[in-house]
Write a protein that binds this ligand. Structure first.
Ligand code: AMP
Length: 561
């Protein structure tokens, strides 16, 4: 394998820039993708953020640009799922192309059209954008793609899960057929493969063997448990398992804060990793976790993004992830560097189907295990106590304590009773962790399974008298209720304006920079759309109110319903 940037046939200006950036060797994805792209091949690369994928496509893309075109024409296009990524990728391309006088621009929802228009008029070589905004600009005749010879689909799986398929197909359809197309995706699902088959020519596959996809060194098991007994179950497990650094996943941010708090109350050093923490605070938490001062870190999938810690002994899915890929990502954080890891999943009876889907996806059976019984927990506690005690006895370092016991014996206390009282005191911290009762798992019949998000176009209900969904009326298990952890918002565009569910997810997720999976049920009504969003993302979604664009309508507001 190539180990030197000089061997990749890159132009001197690009070799110079990587040297200035102090990149010593190409990463695996760079070593494989750069030569293929320089040859003009279409490439499907399975790789993730952190693999160096941006330079893998940016360097050959820059080299393949025709220089000195007057006026400039858009020659390369990168599609990204979110505005944040668009900005990040555009910045990276500008950095890699700084000796080539290239013009790069990010376009994304929420940006002033006038600004994009003025800059595009000046002439751009490379555009990086989210599919929705790119389409808007094309529709308005501000952006022309007839000179595009390179297209990169970045984080294709994310774009597809956000409902951007139509937009992507439309954009690709407006670029010359002889273009070079490259696709990067963390996972190559059937839909990603379908997109590639349709729009790419004899694509070369590059798979970077990722630690996260290898689950073999990780022992996986699950416990079937009622929702209300999860905390008690987790406490028992933490107590009896030989756990090192443990990462626990919850569905919502509020849930992670709550759980960390519960752990602390039980005498377990824990902290919630919050996606909004300032970088410095995040590093502080992570350093404490790495150094062992913190035993448990509780996080959502979003907060754990980019988390790179080698020595995690246990990953616990306190809440099941939204999709099987997220499960693989989560548990890939343990069992690293050849060490054994344990992945534990708590599953409620009505979530069993999610577990089946995970097993189907990973082609790996997850064994059901039995929770430690109350008796086992107590026995384990005593074993540990005796073990600790014998260690101290062997060390024979309790000189002063021995004097105290002698004094007490001289006062007439039975030394056996003194020892027993001392043990009682030593165990007092156990009072923080009462062993709570756990019920038999029961399947509670519900009208619909939680987690099986309904993105139907109309409010469900019985017959034609079905009521409009209103968060004010909260029949607990009816479709009108809002799931725990979700907040209902309303968007001032509806069926009359041609709004589609995929568009709602795509637009909001990309503009507010949240995962598509954070958006739950969507009810499209005539004049408005109601949608449920995980509460941890609400401030971000509302923070962009007035910045959403639907079809030809810009400045669309979103508010609490
Ligand atoms: P990416 O996966 O493209 O988001 O890149 C992740 C990080 O790796 C970025 O901070 C890059 O600047 C850095 N990077 C990319 N390629 C290399 C390389 N060959 N050597 C060292 N760092 C790199």
């Amino acid at each position: 394998m190539t180990t030197d940037f000089n061997q990749l046939s890159l132009d001197p200006e690009l070799v110079q820039v990587v040297a200035e950036l102090e990149y010593v060797n190409p990463t695996k994805v760079q070593a494989q993708v750069i030569p293929l792209m320089l040859e003009g091949r279409d490439v499907i690369a399975q790789s993730e953020t952190g693999s160096g994928k941006t330079a893998a496509f940016a360097l050959p893309m820059l080299q393949n640009l025709e220089r000195g075109l007057q006026p400039r024409k858009v020659q390369a296009l990168v599609l990204t799922p979110t505005r944040e990524l668009a900005i990040q990728v555009a910045d990276a391309i500008a950095r890699y192309g700084r000796h080539l006088q290239v013009e790069v621009m990010a376009v994304y929802g929420g940006q002033q059209y006038a600004t994009s228009k003025a800059r595009l008029k000046r002439g751009m070589d490379i555009i990086v954008g989210t599919p929705g905004r790119l389409q808007d600009l094309m529709r308005q005749g501000i952006l022309e793609l007839d000179g595009v010879h390179t297209v990169v689909l970045d984080e294709a799986d994310e774009m597809l899960s956000m409902g951007f398929i139509e937009d992507i197909e439309n954009i690709l359809g407006q670029t010359p057929v002889e273009r070079q197309t490259t696709l990067f995706s963390a996972t190559i699902s059937r839909t990603v493969r379908g997109l590639a088959d349709k729009y790419m020519r004899d694509p070369q596959s590059v798979t970077i063997e990722h630690k996260q996809m290898t689950v073999a060194t990780t022992e996986q098991r699950y416990y079937l448990i009622n929702e209300e007994d999860k905390l008690a179950a987790l406490t028992r497990l933490i107590e009896v398992e030989e756990m090192g650094a443990t990462l626990i996943f919850t569905r919502t941010r509020a849930g992670s804060a709550r759980l960390a708090n519960e752990m602390v109350q039980r005498g377990i050093t824990a902290e919630a990793l919050n996606g909004d923490l300032a970088q410095e605070a995040r590093l502080h938490v992570l350093n404490r976790f790495r150094s062992g001062q913190l035993k448990v870190l509780v996080a959502t999938d979003v907060a754990a993004r980019g988390l790179d810690i080698e020595d995690i002994s246990h990953v616990i899915n306190y809440d099941l992830p939204n999709d099987p890929e997220a499960y693989v990502h989560r548990i890939g954080r343990t069992g690293r560097a050849g060490k054994d890891g344990v992945a534990i999943t708590l599953v409620t009876p009505r979530e069993r189907y999610v577990l089946n889907r995970i097993e189907g996806f990973t082609k790996h059976k997850i064994e059901q295990a039995q929770l430690p019984t109350e008796t086992q927990v107590y026995a384990h506690r005593e074993e540990r106590l005796v073990h600790k005690l014998t260690t101290w006895l062997e060390r024979d370092r309790s000189k002063r304590e021995l004097e105290i016991v002698s004094e007490l014996a001289a006062q007439g206390h039975d030394p056996l009773k003194v020892a027993a009282a001392a043990l009682k005191m030593a165990r007092s911290e156990e009072n923080q962790r009462p062993v709570e009762k756990i019920g038999e798992p029961v399947l509670v019949k519900r009208s619909r399974e939680r987690g099986q998000r309904d993105r139907s176009e109309r409010p469900a209900g019985k017959g034609k008298n079905a009521r409009k969904p209103s968060p004010m009326r909260s029949g607990r298990s009816t479709i009108t209720s809002v799931e725990e952890g979700m907040v209902r918002l309303s968007l001032e565009r509806g069926r009359m304006h041609g709004v589609r569910p995929g568009e709602v997810v795509g637009t909001i997720a990309s503009c507010a920079n949240i995962p598509g999976s954070a958006i739950g049920r969507i009810f499209i009504e005539d004049q408005q759309t109601l949608l449920d969003v995980q509460e941890e993302y609400i401030s971000r979604v509302l923070g962009h109110t007035g910045a959403y664009s639907f079809r030809d309508q810009a400045n669309v507001a979103i508010r609490r319903a």
